[in-house]
Design a protein around this ligand. Sequence first.
Ligand code: SF4
Ligand code: SF4
Length: 131
Amino acid sequence: MAKIRLPTMIKDVGSCIFKKPFTREYPAVKVQVPEGYRGRHTFDPEKCISCGLCERDCPAKAIELVEVSGKRMPKFYLDRCIFCYQCAESCPRDAIKLSTTFEMSTTEKKELLILPEEFISKQKVTTDEGK
Ligand code: SF4
Ligand code: SF4
């Protein structure tokens, strides 16, 4: 069995005390995600033309087109999503974009749904604020 050499150990411990920690104080300090990070989807209902290409091309079957305000728009099931972003690639109108939002863990399955209404109401608020 290898012997622990006390002087070496004291030296190592001493040098570690004065080093900057390798860990981050998350969540108190926000983590900067790298460029191109594939986080939670964002969706622009105004741009969507209901073509269904996002639903067709999703390899994880994580998109379903649903009817909202007389138009068919994607509903995302994040519990199935593999964050490949094929949907954004396939969309001819750039209506689906990635975001840097990565904090999605939950014990509630319904919180892993992204409904088009979420973005319709956001756009309405933005438009109303601009009046
Ligand atoms: S990121 Fe990939 S898996 Fe997720 S909804 Fe888009 S196409 Fe489907
Ligand atoms: S591919 Fe784009 S335009 Fe077509 S239904 Fe999906 S989000 Fe809408």
